[in-house]
Design a protein around this ligand. Structure first.
Ligand SMILES: Nc1ncnc2c1ncn2[C@@H]1O[C@H](COP(=O)(O)OP(=O)(O)OP(=O)(O)O)[C@@H](O)[C@H]1O
Ligand SMILES: [Mg+2]
Length: 423
């Protein structure tokens, strides 16, 4: 009997399942992280050319005083055709090389657990890597190339929300049939499907006719963090700072593009160009908020960007369970303490929520069903914890239809359950 891995390479977290003997098991891959089922999808490179992944990467980054290069949300770069490779301490890494490092570490964990090598994998992919079909294809090809570089020879892809549906199906009693709307809200993408599921269907081969519709949108956890940064924190990094351009007696704002890039954490290293640095040096010479520009320079050098991001994410997660929180971050002469309440969080994310809501409505419409004809709504992924997201579904389907379980492992479990569809 063949043994196959299921790998959920997520924007924020990755996980591994093993399919063998007609069962699926999700195993620990990062001992340093709680139950260990999740590995943060991050990398750390130091000047000695050592590479760390997951929590080890975070620990090493902290231990070495943030001296090396830290990378996160790497999945987001897959469809970005203008980003092909990056230079780290004199070495060139293609985007597929970066992903391969993470996949290789996960593969090794699974193989150590089993005591044998495994060369087949079902990889999850969002429904929409990009709305541009060329970029979407590039993203999947890069992911496939990464899997080959990691040592897999047989590679299949499964849509992440379809995988979540199969995990949901595994919880139903034999013969129990439902039409379910699946919402998988992660760090990078929100992915949806309307699908027919049936308890005891595990191993049934062709499921294509059960998928009634599919859709997705590039708005998820990272975007909510970016919005908090823009509205509540960016003022500490020059969002409102002005300066006088050479030879003119006229105040102008710091270029919005710089502050915008700052809000997309994974893109901060792109600001480390000679041109941007020079521009900032000029701005610093005549600005009305020198401290903010200094802090902007510091964060671009990535001394504390990751930790600031952690503080923002922490505040966001707290608002899933409480009415108000503090974004609190102290580093050298930077002392941020911004209160944020749920209402304001929801207000600043109005546009993000609208995009998600539109996509949900499209996916329901494409299924050809009315909301009343959909039996259940299964919500998964870390971002599904946000009450406003749950409300979107309660409004459309009724709160009694909402179910959620295993927010962080249902996709990877379902990738394992997908194996019989392919072999
Ligand atoms: N309690 C919470 N409230 C709000 N957001 C949360 C909570 N817990 C986790 N998150 C967010 O969930 C996201 C991570 O979820 P998940 O692990 O499902 O994503 P992923 O699979 O890595 O991403 P993707 O599927 O988009 O590639 C992060 O943005 C994190 O901040
Ligand atoms: Mg996910």
């Amino acid at each position: 009997m063949q043994t196959v891995f299921g790998i959920d390479f997520g924007t924020t977290n990755s996980a591994l399942s093993i399919y063998r003997n007609n069962t699926v098991e999700v195993i620990a891959i990062d001992g340093a992280n709680g139950a260990g089922e999740l590995m943060r999808s991050v990398l750390y490179f130091n000047e000695d050319n050592e590479i760390y992944a997951g929590n080890e990467a975070v620990r090493q980054y902290v231990d070495e005083g943030a001296a090396g290069r830290f990378m996160q949300s790497i999945k987001t770069f897959l469809p970005n055709t203008s980003f092909d490779h990056t230079e780290i301490f004199g070495k060139r890494y293609g985007i597929d090389d970066l992903v391969a490092i993470i996949l290789k570490k996960i593969k090794a964990k699974g193989e150590a657990y089993l005591g044998c090598t495994v060369d087949s994998v079902v990889l999850g992919r969002p429904v929409v890597f990009s709305t541009d079909p060329t970029k979407d294809r590039v993203a999947e090809q890069r992911l496939e190339k990464a899997a080959r570089k990691a040592g897999f020879t047989t590679i299949w892809f499964q849509y992440e929300p379809v995988a979540a549906a199969l995990a949901f199906e595994d919880t139903l009693q034999a013969g129990q049939e439902r039409v379910v709307f699946i919402g998988d809200f992660g760090g990078g993408t929100s992915d949806f499907t309307v699908i027919r599921v049936k308890g005891g269907a595990f191993g049934r081969s062709d499921r294509r006719s059960d998928v009634l519709s599919l859709g997705g949108v590039y708005v998820a956890g990272d975007k909510f963090d970016a919005q908090i940064m823009w509205d509540k924190v960016a003022q500490h990094f020059g969002r409102y700072a002005r300066y006088k351009t050479l030879g003119k007696d006229e105040w102008v704002n710091v270029p919005k593009s710089i502050v915008h890039t700052l809000c997309q954490w994974h893109r901060i290293p792109l600001l480390r160009t000679r041109k941007t640095r020079e521009h900032l040096r000029v701005i610093k010479g005549s600005t009305d908020d020198r401290q903010a520009i200094q802090q902007l320079e510091n964060i671009i050098d990535d001394n504390f960007g990751f930790f600031l991001f952690q503080a923002i994410e922490k505040a966001k997660c707290e608002l899933s369970d409480q009415e108000q929180t503090l974004i609190s971050f102290v580093e050298r002469d930077l002392n941020i303490c911004e209160p944020l309440d749920k209402q304001e969080f929801e207000a600043i994310n109005h546009d993000n929520i609208r995009q998600i809501a539109n996509c949900i409505d499209q996916v329901v419409a494409q299924s050809g069903l009315l909301p009343s004809q959909i039996d259940s709504v299964f919500l998964t992924g870390g971002t599904s914890r946000i009450p406003l997201i749950q409300n979107l579904f309660a409004e459309r389907f009724g709160r009694q239809k909402l179910e959620s379980k295993n927010a962080f492992t249902s996709v990877v479990h379902g990738l394992g359950s997908s194996v019989p569809l392919f072999v």
